[in-house]
Write a protein that binds this ligand. Sequence first.
Ligand code: MOS
Length: 742
Amino acid sequence: MSTSSTSSVIGASVTRVDGRLKVTGAARYAVDHPIENVAYGYGVSSTIANGKITQIDTSAAERMPGVLAILHHGNTDPLFRTAGPLQPNSRPSESRPPFEDDVVYYYGQFVALVVANTFEQAQDAAFHVKVTYDEKKPLVHLDDVPAPAGPPVKNYTRGKADEAFESAPVKIDETYITPVETHNPMEMHGTIAVWNGDKVTLYETSQGVMNHQGVMSEMLGVPLDRVQVISPFCGSGFGGKLFPWPHSLLAAMAARRLDRPVKVSVPRALMFTTVGHRPLTRQRVRLGATPDGKLTAIIHDVLNHTSHTDDIMENCTEPTPLLYSCPNVAAAQRLVKLNVGTPTPMRGPGACPGLFALESALDELAVKMKIDPLDLRLRNYAEIDESEGHPFSSKHLREAYQAGAERFGWSKRTPGIGSMRKGDEILGWGVGTATWSAGRGAAEVRVRLMADGTARASSATQDIGTGTYTVFAQVVSDKTGIPVERIEVVLGDSSLPPGPTSGGSTATASVLPAISAASTAAIEALLKASVRADQSPFKGADPATLAMTAGRVHVKEKSPETGIPFEQILKMSRLAALEGNGKSVPSHEAHKVTAQSFGAHFVEVAWDPGIARLRVSRVLSVFDVGRVINQKTARNQILGAVVMGIGMGMFEETIYDPRNGKPINNNFADYIVSTNADIPELDCIFLDYPDSAMGEYGARGIGEIGLTGVAPAMAMATYHATGVRVRELPIRIEKLMQRGMA
Ligand code: MOS
């Protein structure tokens, strides 16, 4: 109480504090850091997807101008493997270190690295390295490989789902497919590695500088304190930058060999092969229901591909046991191995494709039973987390549905296919439930109060574009009353106090308690100094009688104006700064509550059958994500996710050539992401109920949930408009033409 000011900065629309740096170009991408004497590494990528390297002929390339070295498995010592799940901050994206042996597992795998004085020299020479292979037939589609035998890698059951389904009076049994999607952040992957004696510094674009540091330490065989990872800005990641990829190791390996800084960039085309993707999923959903639309059985069987080097499960069944009330649920996941690079989480992993299947099936049930799709969801509303038998810590999904329905005008929806017209267009309306678990991890933060009247907060987490810098400044401002513009936030450096990975929508919830505690500790140190300095008006007082408000130290009982600015205390004490440290601890399941976020997307599509044009014409999203710390950056997260969701619904799909496993649409002409022209007016409402399970500020994560539920709402709306049920994303107009053009 004595050290908190309940300012209005929490929950305000605070403009991002790094915004100016970004719009002026002062915020650097990883490979734009100006490093003296840097050499350029360019990867030679395999042109087969399955087989062995028989020869690497570097003779022509070595004679080319500026070439310094050509590294490959035949002339480098193998790197180490990581401890992986055996120790924290130890997860690479690919468990196999690059150049470990002569085996090729996927098209685009690095088989050599050319290092030269300039980028152009390296690139040119890379195309003159002749690699010959012993090629085997690549297996790149689910149909290429037999269905997996043996037990599932994940299996959830409650009740007797098979029996309940068999005896259900109403049944749905359909299969849904979501394609491979590729992360395409603005900033492509890239690393600059600089060795200084036995210490290496890596300039990275990373969602987790601590994990990156840990992995590099293990795989390079260098103690942790001799690896520093710096990623002050990140041109977004969407999950693709959670864990290190091979190019980072290659940069470090080459720089060590040459004793010279080396930069390795991943060009856009290789963004489709060597740095992960959301895997393809094939999901069979069986629903059983009573004649009044009450679910009696949910059976969700998921298959996703992974690579030959790693077992990555796309956790589609994560929301299945808890989203709806149902006594009998079975959910199983299986993997098949294909000759593609290792998949990795992509924004809303698991839940996004999983909810496409589950929500689509629910809509099919609604259509079959002639029940309004929103009404069907309300009839099966889960009051508690039935998978755990726990209450939810804070769930307001019913209000989200109702607020959304009211604002959207849902009651005007007429159920008949093609029954809602507007000029030449047929409108379709769909609703999709969104959900995401609310996690919270460990974090440490340092806050310094400075003699120049500023404050500085630091932690080895990072801002991947979501607004983490700004949230830090808001909390320090809330606690100290120092204005946001006088608070410097330092992130993205593994040498700072340990911070969390920006993943799973957990970063904000993880750092908030640590920022709060560090601010409080810094204020306590300041108040102690206030009673010791000779010229201080508080000399000899009990620090417990003092407070810091609006950046001023004052007697608690009196108003802040009666006190003095905090920097005067520091000056009187001849101290440059006083600091406090704070920690967050992970949330524990022992609480017997489930912290989960919810939301609903209301989507309108407009189908013009005359010209076969489908577009999304309106989206309203209502979210229950705990307390919103920053209205502006939170809204930005949800609207951005809806833009990405429209891409998932209508455009995004990575297509592999069956002959060689090459992604044939590995560029922005052929891999379509949403552009402004595809995006209608978007709106978003936050219910803003603080969740006490998330601590003092009551905030749950917000980065990923906005993408969940968009694509199924689009498929539902498309069915409503056209009568064509698209069960395989993306919804292309070709899939609508048989019916829609008739
Ligand atoms: Mo998220 S897919 O954990 O960046």
